[in-house]
Design a protein around this ligand. Structure first.
Ligand code: ARG
Length: 465
């Protein structure tokens, strides 16, 4: 990138300026270092604008053909890494326009009729965010598909369910996987909502007040895949809600990823040993040969920090800004770029991890039975078979758990005599409900952990996606 050594005023707006900007001014003012990522969207917007200008009779066909061809060449240069980005030209919009002028002469100067950089940047940025929303949509569907496969394979695998990270009741691996399907599917719908709401075109709002030229905003909106033109020009150039909504949905999604990551970190530890992450998503230690570190999961757990930081950052930039455009808004892009990159990477890495991870079935089953996890099943049996009020059943079960604990055995290892010493009416049939398998099979309420219920949900989601 070249820096300003020219002592002349800016060629884009230098008419009333006698001096070039100070070097520091140029540095703080320029956005080309990052907004070059909007090049494709900028060219798309310019082409739609030019095509409309010829249709309404503002530009000649000849000029617009030259503009279009010049923009195509510029797009090729940028893709090939041959474009001479210049910080003196501040941002992507002026860089492209200046280059176009070098290529086609005066016609380039007519492209900026009836538009401003304010509607241009709002349009470009919206198109960019919309593209990322579409990427995230695909990535989330991939992640959900990986969970559905895991759930299907592990629909009957029993594992401990936790509350407070204490063993609570047995659940199935499939059920646990499907909990994440619900979470990420809500993310999917949040991103879709944001996309539907943001899909209005700012182009043609001009600087802030609209324009006296007889432009056709419906036409440019349609050409760029927007549902309609934004209805208020002041709002159109100063709205960054679309970026904030993207960041909010991204923050919630990253929060879900971090919860999942935390489980994978815990589960893959030697102490838990619930799951084996594949070699593709773990690293070794340079000093401790036995180590398999869940780095990818840890990094996915951490990404939420910068994604949520981006959201708080942009909310703070936007807070208190008067209408319409202020240069503060140039600070909108980097947090969104960073959050989008981070989320995309985290979703891809997580999808890989989920696809390849292997539940340790024996270990999970064994752990499912620890901690008197079927105590609730015993209490439920007392209610159902002996017509005991639940509170009394809870008390009796508590005494039996205490007895098992004192003897150092599992609940089902107590003898019938032991049980009857606490509650005389207990019969041998109670032992049928004390295994972890019968416990999970019995939880057939809608949304419950019973394998058949989980299979229903897998089917429902497969049909929906
Ligand atoms: N580089 C600017 C941005 O990213 C473009 C808009 C400039 N508009 C203006 N009135 N200076 O926000």
């Amino acid at each position: 990138m070249t820096t300003s050594s020219k002592k002349t005023a800016n060629s884009m707006w230098g008419g009333r300026f006698a001096m070039a900007p100070d070097a520091i001014m140029e540095e703080i003012n320029a956005s080309i270092g990052f907004d070059q990522r909007l090049a494709v969207q900028d060219i798309r917007g310019s082409k739609a604008h030019a095509a409309m200008l010829v249709d309404v009779g503002i530009l000649t066909r000849q000029d617009v053909d030259a503009i279009s061809q010049g923009l195509d060449e510029i797009e090729t240069e940028i893709a090939a890494g041959d474009f001479p980005f210049s910080r003196t030209l501040e941002d992507i919009h002026m860089n492209i326009e200046a280059r176009l002028r070098e290529k086609i002469g005066d016609a380039a100067g007519r492209l900026h009729t009836a538009r401003s950089r304010n509607d241009q940047v709002a349009t470009d940025f919206k198109l960019w965010v919309r593209d990322r929303l579409d990427d995230v949509d695909g990535a989330l569907k991939g992640l959900i598909a990986a969970f559905l496969d895991q759930a299907e394979r592990g629909a009957d695998v029993v594992m401990p369910g936790f509350t407070h990270l204490q063993t609570a009741q047995p659940v199935t691996w499939g059920h646990h996987m499907m909990a994440y399907v619900e979470m990420f599917a809500r993310d999917l719908s949040r991103f879709a909502d944001a996309r539907a709401r943001m899909n209005e075109s700012p182009l043609g709002a001009a600087a802030l007040a609209g324009t006296g030229f007889p432009i056709d905003r419906e036409q440019t909106a349609k050409a760029l895949g927007f549902d309609r033109p934004a209805a208020n020009s002041l709002d159109a150039v100063s709205d960054r809600d679309f970026a904030l909504e993207f960041l909010s949905a991204a923050s919630i999604c990253a929060t879900h990823l971090s919860r999942l990551s935390e489980e994978l970190v815990i589960w893959s530890s030697a102490q838990f040993d619930f799951v084996r992450l594949s070699d593709k998503f773990t690293t070794g230690s340079s000093i401790m040969p036995q180590k398999r570190n869940p780095d990818a999961a840890e990094l996915c757990r951490a990404k939420v920090g910068r994604i949520m930081g981006s959201m708080v950052g942009l909310l703070t930039v936007m807070k208190g800004l008067p209408l319409a455009y202020s240069k503060d808004m140039q600070e909108d892009k980097e947090p969104v770029f960073d959050a989008a990159d981070s989320l995309g990477l985290a979703l891809s890495a997580m999808t890989g991890m989920v696809q390849d991870m292997e539940p340790n079935i024996e270990k999970l089953r064994d752990a499912a039975g620890h901690g008197y996890s079927t105590a609730t099943d015993l209490a439920d049996w007392l209610v159902r078979e002996l017509n005991m009020p639940f509170r009394d059943a809870h008390h009796v079960t508590g005494s039996l758990v205490k007895m098992a604990e004192d003897k150092g055995v599992a609940l089902e290892a107590l003898s019938l005599e032991d049980m009857q010493s606490v509650e005389a009416k207990i019969s041998a049939a109670v032992f049928d409900v004390l295994s972890v398998e019968s416990s999970t099979r019995s939880r057939t309420s809608y949304g419950g952990t019973a394998p058949d219920r989980v299979r229903e949900q897998i089917k429902r989601w497969r049909a929906m996606l």
